[in-house]
Unconditional design. Sequence first.
Length: 290
Amino acid sequence: MNKTLKKSLSVFLIIALFAVSVFQINAETVFTADGFSYTVLNDNFASICDWDGGSDTLSVPEKLNSSRVKEIANRTFSGRDDFSSIDFSNADYLDTIGSMAFMDCTTVTGDLSIPAQIKKIKLGAFQGCNSINTLYYNTTASIPEQGFFGCTSLETVSLSDGVTSIGRLAFGKCESLTMIRIPDSVTTINEYAFNECPNMCIHCYRDSYAQQFAKDKGLDFYILDPLYGDSNADGKVNILDVTAIQKYKIGEQELSEYGMRCADVNHDSSITVRDATLIQMKLAKYDVDF
């Protein structure tokens, strides 16, 4: 064998051995338990990467063998149509839902509840789940870009106190969305977060970032904590509010929907002289209950 051929074979063997060693380093061992396939992360945590679909409800477990379930890997359930609900109630250690993990799971219907222990939800995690009706977002995790994009049957959303941001197209093309409760902890909403949500009303707190966002975008909003007594809706309670009620009662002034709520200080579902009197008493420092 000539020297050139020997040299070529040596180089080939070195490259082959290097490739094998890289493969072995990067390869992950996949385990199975209770119908789930998973890999093991650091500190004996599990990352779910598949499921055999043995039930109509996908119930994410607390542990698989001795490994605590910490993560659902990217695209794990993407496009699956063999379950109709997702149950996170036993997943005490789950803190991450990967990118597009449940994308296009079109048979998941009804309510979806995201538990408090989840700290990270990645890009498009529930994108295209177009049969979900109600979202209870009980975690403080930021709502990712395209997180619920194209959930066309989604009607109501309740976000937990502590959520701080809503990403680009997070609820884009949620055309059935009529109500989303946004806590005052939210300080960032991408300008396209609610793109193509024609019927949506933002339920928010007075003077919150969400209220200002709704005003700036020309969106409907509903104040969750009205300033009782502020009949003319100018952000203050004074004698002008008493006058506004008096004029309203004789048909000389209209009150806005928000002003009507604020004017009903005795909460009897009507605007009367009694409401005006109570506001006057409040201004005079009497102890009145509103």
